[in-house]
Design a protein around this ligand. Structure first.
Ligand code: BTN
Length: 265
């Protein structure tokens, strides 16, 4: 486990590892409230109540995958928060590519294989442990060595793992090392408001780019168009059939890929 932190400067230098927790998000929140430093990381072998976005659960069996939360203090002047999950996505994709996995960032919070199967998810929860001090709890779940038959039925057709993508078993703590190093580098750029490299990297890793998608808006209507990159605020640009552009804010919309036959998937 210590090998996970010897290559970083500050991220994960203070790290707690648990055999089992409810959710690393909750452990990290408690830890910040009792004085955890910026960059503290909570890792668990399994979670009994791992959570995803939009009230979903996160499948967190023992011995196979990575589940961690990094507690990061937001600088007073930071870029738009809509770019943060995309930045974490870029950091993850860059790290996982070092193992030979051809992975992409799917706006706004997912890491997917070329075929669009989900390999990792990002959950960012903000909170204010003391007045005017804002923290982000950056939760990351990565399917590392799990195989198809070990996924529950509802995930079997849509999820994948590094092992399935790379064709070989990987050391989870080597993966953690690469991911923390990458996250540290990209966080430093982000918190210094230096977004040029991020914009370029996102553009290269953008899985939705050029694909025809349907988006369910907060008012209940559905629109379809071509995903055409992101704005400086991290919104998704959707070019509609009449060539107008609609900007979608993560969290407000559900975006689905539409196949050539017109089926949503
Ligand atoms: C999603 O894709 O919906 C986000 C999934 C995030 C899962 C990670 S696992 C570590 C951390 N602890 C949790 O309970 N959730 C996040």
């Amino acid at each position: 486990m210590l090998s996970a932190v010897h290559r970083t400067k500050w991220l994960g230098k203070t790290l707690k590892f648990f055999e089992s927790v409810g959710s690393t998000q909750d452990v990290a929140r408690e830890w910040v409230l009792s004085g955890a430093p910026h960059g503290a990381v909570v890792v668990a072998d399994m979670q009994t109540c791992g959570r995803g976005r939009a009230g979903r659960s996160w499948f967190s069996p023992p011995g196979k995958n990575l589940y961690f939360t990094a507690a990061l203090k937001l600088p007073d002047l930071h870029p738009p928060l809509g770019t943060l999950s995309l930045l974490v996505g870029v950091a993850l994709a860059k790290a996982l590519r070092k193992f030979g996995a051809e992975v992409f960032v799917k706006w706004a919070n997912d890491i997917v294989s070329g075929s669009g199967r989900k390999l990792a998810g990002i959950l960012i929860e903000g909170f204010e442990p003391e007045p005017q001090k804002f923290w982000a709890l950056v939760g990351v779940g990565i399917n590392v060595n799990i195989t198809e038959t070990e996924f529950p039925n509802d995930l079997r057709l849509t999820a994948t793992s590094l092992k399935l993508v790379c064709g070989k078993e990987l050391d989870r703590f080597e993966v953690l090392t690469e991911v923390l190093c990458s996250l540290e580098t990209w966080w430093e750029m982000w918190s210094n408001n230096d977004l040029a490299s991020f914009q370029q990297a996102f553009n290269e890793l953008d899985w939705l780019k050029g694909k025809w998608v349907s988006a369910l808006l907060p008012n209940g209507t559905t629109i379809e168009g071509t995903a055409s990159g992101i704005t400086e605020d991290g919104e998704l640009r959707l070019v509609l059939p009449d060539r107008t552009e609609q900007r979608l804010v993560a969290g407000d919309v559900t975006v689905r890929l539409v196949s050539l036959e017109g089926n949503e998937c």
